[in-house]
Design a protein around this ligand. Structure first.
Ligand SMILES: [Zn+2]
Ligand SMILES: [Zn+2]
Length: 133
């Protein structure tokens, strides 16, 4: 995987730094979106650096921002297939979910009806996981 990350960074023209590679690696291993705090706990750099690096990776299209409405921004790799999340209100477990119907038709309809050009959407489901019901 590290080879792939390095190759991809090279192709995108971004400098290959240890921190950059490490952030992508950590997110790649994780099965759920991570907060900056969590990423920070796995790398030995300061806060300013991590925020700057995440911003760079976000702008370069490597990351997606995920919002679970708890005031923490989370990040995941944008190379994942389009999916949504099931978030447990009680234990905060997060699961990926793929919808049977894509929302792209809805997006087109919204664009037409509201004259609003949709770039992307975020949709997460909140409730109780199997263990917490
Ligand atoms: Zn739960
Ligand atoms: Zn996800």
């Amino acid at each position: 995987m590290q080879d792939e990350i390095v190759k991809s960074l090279k192709e995108s023209g971004l400098k290959i730094t240890t921190v950059r590679t490490r952030i992508l690696e950590i997110l790649n291993i994780s099965i759920k979106p991570l907060t900056v705090h969590k990423i920070l706990s796995e790398i030995d750099v300061n806060k300013t650096t991590i925020y700057r690096e995440i911003d760079i990776l976000l702008k370069a299209g490597y990351l997606n921002k995920v919002d679970f409405g708890d005031g923490n921004k989370r990040y995941e790799l944008s190379s994942l297939d389009h999916h949504h999340h099931l978030v447990c209100i009680k234990c905060h477990a997060v699961e990926d979910v793929v919808l049977k119907e894509t929302l792209f038709n809805e997006e087109n309809l919204i664009s037409l009806t509201n004259k609003f050009k949709v770039s992307y959407h975020n949709l997460e489901f909140f409730g109780y996981c199997h263990n917490c019901q």
